[in-house]
Design a protein around this ligand. Structure first.
Ligand code: CTP
Length: 404
């Protein structure tokens, strides 16, 4: 989950600063971009050069050391960060943050960022239990800051108790599990979103049709999440046995042609379009008015191509952020990438339907999100609801900086 995430690591002056080196290395290994800000006292424990080498980025220690005259470093870093991790967080930096004090590079940046801030405290057991520190942590907790509580163990000051910095591995695990839940609650509010889901049915005669195994669950889960975030959602769906999520405008269709008409009607006014439907690529060329009667021998049904809705959306794109889906059984990423380019998409969600827990019908999915910039993010297998949340975070991030 942290792959491609911009992480600002704030290191304050405690002996546990050495553990922040391992943390930097682990975060970088996960594919995150890490930039480090150190307080003056942190530099007494570890050299900035160590963090520079591990993060492969310049390290910031002084508010007035402006490396690039075109930018104000602390504001630039504050805006750059997707997530801020404060580790180790001393009683001092916790106190400053809780009281709005900004007298150095780290404390100033912490006030300037709107990214979620995680705090991993590390201090002597008595300091940790001091009413002032407890009060400050309560205050920050009330404001929505997240604490990664220190474990009990041997402390550098000789005491055994709470106050040790949580182990870097555990911090990385927690960030991996928790970070995606920090979707911007307001980004999708009021945005017009069009989603397609479910299969299509291509009639042969009044009683028979061609279809596929799509259950519609992925499209419906996305519609539900977006509606919960306040988006104006239109869901064009093929025949499925699912209840319409709350606050979602549902349009029922059967064939690929009906889906095409409904999608095209709504398309011009949308900001985001997600095509999770499994649309038939072929339909019977001739649809019988009456039920076909069987006869001896084999039956040939001539099929013709349906319109590729997504491709046409790509051609007519006028500011919409366009996301496709692709279910594949082999060369998953390669085929996904080709579809993204061919259909002029901003992103595509691909899944290998031969993988266990992935694809049609089930309640779980395991997908990879590819964007126009060639970035790939494999999401762990989880419920379609959870996958929806994670996908929306990625879409939000790409829509926000218009970089996809
Ligand atoms: N799609 C569409 N209209 C079609 C076929 C597909 O809009 N007639 C959309 C699907 O909703 C999905 C994406 O295209 O978002 C990928 O569908 P898929 O059938 O996997 O892609 P194709 O381009 O048809 O490629 P192929 O059949 O060769 O795998």
């Amino acid at each position: 989950m942290l792959n491609g995430t911009n992480i600002l690591l704030g290191v304050s002056g405690g002996i546990a600063a050495y553990k922040a080196c391992a943390l930097t290395s682990k975060l970088t290994q996960q594919g995150a971009s890490v930039k480090v800000i150190m307080t003056e006292s942190a530099t007494q424990f570890v050299s900035p050069l160590t963090f520079q080498a591990l993060s492969r980025n310049p390290v910031y220690t002084d508010t007035f050391d402006e490396k690039n005259p075109a930018k104000i470093a602390h504001i630039d870093l504050a805006d750059w960060a997707d997530l801020v991790m404060l580790a180790p967080a001393t009683a001092n930096i916790i106190g400053k943050l809780a009281n709005g004090i900004s007298d150095d590079m780290l404390s100033t940046t912490l006030l300037a960022t709107t990214a979620p801030i995680y705090i991993a405290p590390a201090m002597n057991v008595h300091m940790y239990g001091h009413p002032a520190v407890i009060e400050n942590m309560k205050k920050l907790d009330g404001w929505g800051y997240k604490f990664i509580e220190p474990g009990s163990g041997y402390l550098a000051c000789g005491y055994v108790g709470k106050g040790r910095l949580e182990e870097p591995e555990t911090i990385v695990d927690i960030l991996n599990k928790d970070f995606h839940q920090n979707i911007d609650q307001t980004f999708f509010t009021g945005k017009k979103v069009l989603i397609s889901g479910g299969p299509t049915r291509e009639a042969v005669d009044p009683v028979r049709f061609f279809t596929n195994h799509s259950s519609g669950k992925m499209g419906f889960a996305l519609a539900e999440e977006l509606a919960n975030l306040g988006a104006e959602v239109t869901l064009v769906t093929g025949p499925v046995k699912l209840e319409t999520p709350k606050n979602v405008q549902r349009v029922d269709v059967e064939s690929a042609e009906e889906m095409y008409q409904a999608i095209m009607e709504h398309y011009p006014t949308q900001e985001l379009v997600i095509k999770a439907a499994a649309v038939a690529d072929y339909r019977p060329k001739l649809v019988y008015d009456q039920k076909m009667k069987k006869s001896d021998g084999t039956l040939m049904i001539e099929m013709e191509r349906t319109k590729d809705i997504l491709k046409e959306l790509g051609e007519r794109k006028n500011g919409q952020f366009l996301v496709g889906f692709a279910a594949e059984t082999e060369n998953v990423l390669e085929y996904g990438q080709k579809k993204l380019e061919k259909k002029n998409l901003d992103a595509i969600v691909v899944n290998d339907i031969t993988e266990q827990g992935s694809g049609f019908g089930g309640d779980t999915n395991a997908v990879t999100y590819l964007n126009k910039r060639g970035e790939q993010k494999k999401l762990p297998m989880s419920s379609k609801k959870e996958v929806s949340k994670q996908l929306l975070q990625l879409i939000e991030s790409d829509m926000k900086d218009g970089r996809a």
